[in-house]
Design a protein around this ligand. Sequence first.
Ligand SMILES: *[C@@H]1O[C@H](CO)[C@@H](O)[C@H](O)[C@H]1NC(C)=O
Ligand SMILES: *[C@@H]1O[C@H](CO)[C@@H](O)[C@H](O)[C@H]1NC(C)=O
Ligand SMILES: *[C@@H]1O[C@H](CO)[C@@H](O)[C@H](O)[C@H]1NC(C)=O
Length: 384
Amino acid sequence: MLRQPVAWAAFLVALTAAERVREVRHSVPPRELCREVLPFPDSCDKLKTGWYKVNETGLQLQDCTISAGTDVKVQLDQPLIVHGNLTVQGSVTFEGPGTAFQQACLQVTDGVTISGSMVMKNCSNAGDSPWPCKDPGDNKGCGGCLQATSLSMEEGLLELRDCHSQGLGAGAALRSLRQRAGEMRFTKCAAEMQSGGGLYVGDLAQAGGQMTFKNCGASGAGGGLFARSTSTNGAILFEGCTAGRGGGAHVTGHLRQGPAGRLQCHGCTAKGSGGGCLSIYGNLMAEGYVEAVEVSAGSGGASVMWGFGHARFLSLSVSQARPPALLVNGLVAAQKLTSGPSKWALEVKAYEGIDVKSADCREVAECSFKVNEKWLTNFRQFLT
Ligand SMILES: *[C@@H]1O[C@H](CO)[C@@H](O)[C@H](O)[C@H]1NC(C)=O
Ligand SMILES: *[C@@H]1O[C@H](CO)[C@@H](O)[C@H](O)[C@H]1NC(C)=O
Ligand SMILES: *[C@@H]1O[C@H](CO)[C@@H](O)[C@H](O)[C@H]1NC(C)=O
């Protein structure tokens, strides 16, 4: 007598649970239909934690601060323009529709300062992009997700993913970028017609922190990064990035790396002539650690580097039979060159001379350095 109702109750409980599961599968609408989405206010002072939507054309704000402790999600059905500065102390996510605007999802006429967390995704810019990017607003085609005059990364996170642009800098187009600490991630950003898949920047100064470019691409130069000048004393990783030249990065001026710097290219490709990892028109002066693993180029040099201190190559693979690992028009000086097991030769071609202190070529088929004594003196003077 007692056992039956218990069994019956258990059956009922099981049935309701099953029904509930079915109900969840079939009749609960997607989460966004349940949450309250407010129109984006005319001032960021009015933002509270929650969901907002920019759906009216031409919303323009005067300065904007995302205060500490707030978590704001913004759905961008239209682009957003901030006149003045954007300051992110709390957490903000901007999500575009994926379909193209005629400008970046977010334009900031002055600077962006991040000490909290800012995520941008699913943006596409089909605007015109004259060369080079000037002030925000002047060149509509610059920046897929973000266009700003300057960016200051103090700490926290900036993540730009699935950003596209017909113009320069699919993730972000900036005149200058300063990173003190924190993490910047560029993922699956593509400049389909131009340069700077992840980031197009005039002057990049990284004092610390980490920058990661993952699966970014450009049909022009700089699959991950395109910069006029770069100084770095933090970590930069290019992973699976592709471009016409400079699969990881293209720098039109100098690249200077401090002793705490780590620059790594993993699986990057230049489809055109040079620089599976880096193509640098100025000088490369690396006092830190440089590593290129599984880097390739269509023809010419797998990695084009202009003079460096310490460099290590674990496995540099190239698509042609014997393209040089390093192809430099000036001089190459290296404290240490190392190569992991691979079928290609660790070959360095420098038209003005080579000064390698130590090279570990045990595992490679060919390892040759031709030293031009005449130029060495000049080069040593250049280095000091
Ligand atoms: C924008 O969204 C708000 C709130 O969802 C709605 O009331 C308004 O009609 C929308 N405007 C346009 C232009 O779609
Ligand atoms: C933006 O910030 C910078 C430095 O923090 C300041 O010099 C500039 O005046 C600000 N711009 C505006 C429009 O407030
Ligand atoms: C991203 O954009 C595509 C259109 O390209 C759209 O179908 C998709 O829903 C968007 N994703 C999100 C998460 O909004």
